[in-house]
Design a binder for this molecule. Sequence first.
Ligand SMILES: Cc1cc2nc3c(=O)[nH]c(=O)nc-3n(C[C@H](O)[C@H](O)[C@H](O)COP(=O)(O)OP(=O)(O)OC[C@H]3O[C@@H](n4cnc5c(N)ncnc54)[C@H](O)[C@@H]3O)c2cc1C
Length: 358
Amino acid sequence: MGLAIAHQLARRGHAVRVISRNRNEAAGFVAAGMLAPHAEGLSGQLLTLGQRSLALIPQWVAQIEHDSGLTCGLRMSGIVVPFATEDESRRYPTSALGQSLTRKALEQEVPGLAPRWQAGLLFEQDGQIDNRRQLMRALEKACVSLGVQFLEGAEVQALCRHSDSQELQQITLRTAEGEVEHHPCRKAVLCSGAWSQKLVPELPVFPVKGQMLSLQGPRKALKRVIFGPGTYLVPREDGLIVVGATSERSAEFAAGLTPDGQSQLQAGIAALLPEASQWPPMERWWGFRPCTPDEGPLLGEGPISGLWLATGHHRNGVLLAAITSELLSSALTERQTFSSPDKNWLQHFRWDRFRTSI
Ligand SMILES: Cc1cc2nc3c(=O)[nH]c(=O)nc-3n(C[C@H](O)[C@H](O)[C@H](O)COP(=O)(O)OP(=O)(O)OC[C@H]3O[C@@H](n4cnc5c(N)ncnc54)[C@H](O)[C@@H]3O)c2cc1C
């Protein structure tokens, strides 16, 4: 979120500084990169936000590729969601937006799919992007080429408000060299993902750990993403298959892989595509999704005046980066012309929408 918003602000001619504790811990490098509002079975405002972001993605990626000179690995490969029965397929929240598949049609879409899957939905409009190897680096390079400054290895430790107006006045940070510095700051966007509550305790954001692995499959072994219950397989152009992901709320911020998490992924692979169990494993990694009580993001002005929020995107932050960066950069820079439909979006995803229900 930080990179995507910095990029859009810089494109509009604004001076931006990105303060980042550790780029390698960002969920942006962890994610599978599915662009999947339909396959994920989203509903309500979150589905509409996801669909709007999906529609923006080709143009957003073209901007990043233009500004960075790098490709992002966008593939509108379509996503297949398999089910044990037709009834389950019909009851899926987004079933009306997908194409129903019989077992025979499923076999054509995903040769080698395990026999237990008797029905399916194909969402041709969903896709994927190679966030881990391409998008994140391209975003960083696009930012640098537009003059964005980076303070890498710097941890924001406190956000200080003016004692009378309560407006954001200064941030305190610890630099990569261990120096504590105070920087005057009137306007900032909080994009600290799963760690957001550590800086602003009022924000209901908590970590949901996810473990992942990748396999090297034959180059054209899979043409679609397969999104099974609990496990998905995402085929990149070069035959790398990204496999995800565990969803561990009780792990909190516990770092590292676990035998349970990794065997859950292996069992998921065998249950979806038995032959893939024979493909060589390449890499294993983990990270933390920034989740909220309703699993929707927190967007717009936060509890501190001058501090804007772009956090809590949980499972869909790669998908939602395009719309989030568009909404936030417009709200921050074009207050006069910022249109009411866009203001409504920020209203739907206000940080304090849970207050009555918690
Ligand atoms: C296993 C897994 C699979 C996923 N798969 C998908 C997918 O297929 N599709 C999809 O759309 N989304 C997916 N996601 C979700 C997506 O990755 C996240 O929603 C998104 O990356 C969140 O972006 P963010 O910028 O809010 O947080 P992050 O990417 O986590 O970045 C937060 C950054 O803030 C920095 N930071 C934190 N605190 C401080 C501080 N005090 N000072 C300075 N810097 C700080 C951190 O170092 C980090 O670099 C997945 C996530 C996981 C974990």
